[in-house]
Design a protein around this ligand. Sequence first.
Ligand code: NAG
Ligand code: NAG
Ligand code: NAG
Length: 290
Amino acid sequence: MEKFSAWRDKATGISPFMPTKFPLVQEPSAVKRLGSYTLKTPIFIVKFPFFVLAYLLYTLTRWIGFAKFVIQLLFGLTTTFTVDGVKKSQTEKLEQYKPKAGDVLVTNYISPLDGFIVSVLANSSNTVFLIPNKQGTLYQYSALEVFNHCFSYEESKPVDDLSKLKNKIVVLLLEGTPSNNKSLLPFIKLDNKYNFDGFNVKSLVLKLSPSYFTLPIPYLGKFQYLFQLLTNLSKCSIKIKIYKFDKFDLNQIKNSFELNALTLINQELNLDSKQRFINYYFDHNIKKDI
Ligand SMILES: *[C@@H]1O[C@H](CO)[C@@H](O)[C@H](O)[C@H]1NC(C)=O
Ligand SMILES: CC(=O)N[C@H]1CO[C@H](CO)[C@@H](O)[C@@H]1O
Ligand SMILES: CC(=O)N[C@H]1CO[C@H](CO)[C@@H](O)[C@@H]1O
């Protein structure tokens, strides 16, 4: 375990890429594993057909209601939504801050569900997720593609001109890669050709618990992840907080994450460093003893 300290932020001790032990898949005791499977399989068998149906209908129609059904009913995730400077009782005002076409929202990237979480909050699948590569070129993903990206890190379609996206809800995942919701990874410096003039600028701080649903590295398969979501027996919750800004100022935006206990960490913990972490993690096959 010693060497893993190489990927720890020296100032804070945070290890942003280290996954949390995943139940079942990483359960060391065979007896407990068998017990859990026995308990969960019937739940899975009941829910899975509904999941498949909703998935197919969503891919055909892109109607957000199907995604809502999966997130809220099948996965049982509950959402707490707050806005900086707005009281919980001012429900109408809270509504106004929800993601809308013409918004650019900078958000932290923590899980395969992030795309759907934001789309469901917006009550719209008119969302586009932009993830930069390390050179600062943005790539465009749908909510479903974000789900896949979290497992494969594949690049999709590059974006040239942001003004073409003004009729959409634009979500920027400036860290370029997921982390474990303990910190904010360094933002990737975008190519100069991108400008956010004319967009409403917001940040969206996202937290998910239990923390094993965050997926800092693809250490398990999509099916294992879904199985757990469909058969959770503990409380799962999403916390979302939105901040609104007058202009696209990265310092103000970063500050909104810091205010929510997502510490800014060392610039060295970047995409290259994460790739080395992933290689090391799988080489050492520590799955068994974390
Ligand atoms: C979500 O959008 C649909 C239209 O697609 C609308 O009928 C529904 O009332 C909206 N729900 C909320 C909670 O705003
Ligand atoms: C790994 C980790 O720290 N996860 C945290 C993510 O945020 C939620 C909500 O604040 C916490 O409950 C988790 O522990
Ligand atoms: C989909 C599902 O089973 N969700 C459950 C997760 O755990 C909490 C707490 O036990 C339940 O309230 C959810 O219904």
